[in-house]
Design a protein. Structure first.
Length: 223
């Protein structure tokens, strides 16, 4: 049986249920539920949207641009929260195992994007020996254009502050904003062919729907 992100992230939540202080856990659960309940899909990036030109610093140096990503065909963008996010440290290695090898074989680019500054985002690339690009969306500019940002609710801000933590210091953005886990597939003309946004960061896009969207583009290009 092949591994799924649903199972991997479900195991993370089960571990938290077993080990976390119930009040702390409830803040986490309530924040994710609020994000789902108040989500407005009308503002999210959608199939058929033209992707604006962008240039993002890659954590190992150089720039990641729209033209560069789509020069050889399709490209896949995966937005994640920050390098220390436990769910992100499950999701990105999962994509490295179950998505990247197939994309690479098809000549399709993959970049993981976080607002965290390069000198901090590089940690997750090193930790998991990720072969695909990891880039920083400084100031959440691209995430804002795609309509996929969220801000900590008051309870989450209070809980973080009580621990002496501020996500803006962690990311280097100076704000409480993070991107919702998002996958965008872009065709060679810079048009969105697939988009999936998850307000709940413990629910993320499986590899197979992404691959299906990419394969559909590959078939069209071959015709």
């Amino acid at each position: 049986m092949s591994e799924t992100l649903k199972d991997l992230l479900g195991a993370l939540h089960a571990e938290r249920v077993a080990t976390w202080d119930p009040k702390v856990l409830q803040v986490n659960i309530d924040q994710r539920r609020t994000l789902v309940d108040t989500a407005d899909p009308s503002v999210w990036v959608k199939v058929g949207d033209a992707v604006p030109d962008f240039s993002l610093p890659e954590v190992d140096g150089g720039e990641v641009t729209l033209d560069g990503l789509t020069a050889g065909g399709a490209a896949v963008l995966i937005f994640f929260r920050f390098a220390g996010c436990p769910a992100c440290n499950i999701a990105l290695p999962y994509y490295a195992r179950n998505l990247w090898p197939q994309l690479k074989a098809l000549g399709v680019s993959l970049v993981a994007i976080s607002p965290q500054v390069p000198e901090r985002s590089v940690e997750i690339k090193r930790r998991h020996d990720l072969e695909f690009q990891v880039a920083s969306d400084l100031g959440n500019v691209l995430g804002r254009r795609f309509g996929v940002l969220y801000e900590f609710d008051d309870a989450s801000k209070a809980a973080a502050t009580a621990k002496g933590s501020f996500i803006g210091d962690t990311t280097g953005t100076g704000t409480w904003e993070l991107p919702q886990p998002t996958v965008v597939v872009i065709d060679r003309d810079g048009i969105v062919a697939f988009a999936d946004v998850s307000p709940d960061w413990l629910v993320r896009t499986e590899a197979e729907p992404i691959l299906a969207a990419v394969r559909a583009l590959t078939l069209v290009a071959a015709e």
